[in-house]
Unconditional design. Structure first.
Length: 145
């Protein structure tokens, strides 16, 4: 039996995170000592590590709950794969959007010589809503799609 501090340390997370996962239902309620201290089993530490690693892969708490339920209920691999494929598609979409933002910002940095007054700066103009930049970005997006 481990105290919350020892369980958290072994799982590589904070005590508050352990409490949060317990409240979120990702970790079952533990037994308590007469003094009210939570006591955790080695299996609980394994579960906390699973949650931490799944978070590092970008899974949401809802997706982690699904993965844990599948694992607890001896679910099918196809269901696990479907969750991972959904997450991968979301990541690919975010990466594509970040790539568009990077290209646009790169164009703005290239267009700004960094000299003179701020008035007329292409970066400021774009942030203020210069429609020519948006149409440039939209045209670049449609031409690469």
């Amino acid at each position: 039996m481990l105290t919350i501090g020892k369980a958290a340390a072994q799982a590589g997370i904070s005590i508050d995170t352990v409490r949060f996962y317990e409240r979120a239902g990702l970790l079952k309620k533990t037994t308590r000592t007469a003094a009210g201290y939570r006591l955790y089993q080695p299996d609980d530490v394994d579960r906390l590590r699973f949650i931490r690693r799944a978070k590092a892969l970008g899974f949401s708490l809802e997706e982690i709950a699904e993965l844990l339920a599948l694992n607890d209920g001896v679910g099918e691999r196809s269901a696990v794969r479907a969750i991972a494929e959904r997450r991968l598609a979301e990541l690919e979409q975010k990466i594509a959007e970040l790539d568009r933002v990077r290209r646009t910002l790169g164009e703005l940095v290239h267009a700004c010589d960094g000299a003179g007054p701020v008035c007329g700066c292409p970066i400021i103009e774009a942030v203020l809503g210069d429609s020519t930049l948006e149409s440039k970005r939209d045209n670049a997006t449609t031409s690469t799609s």
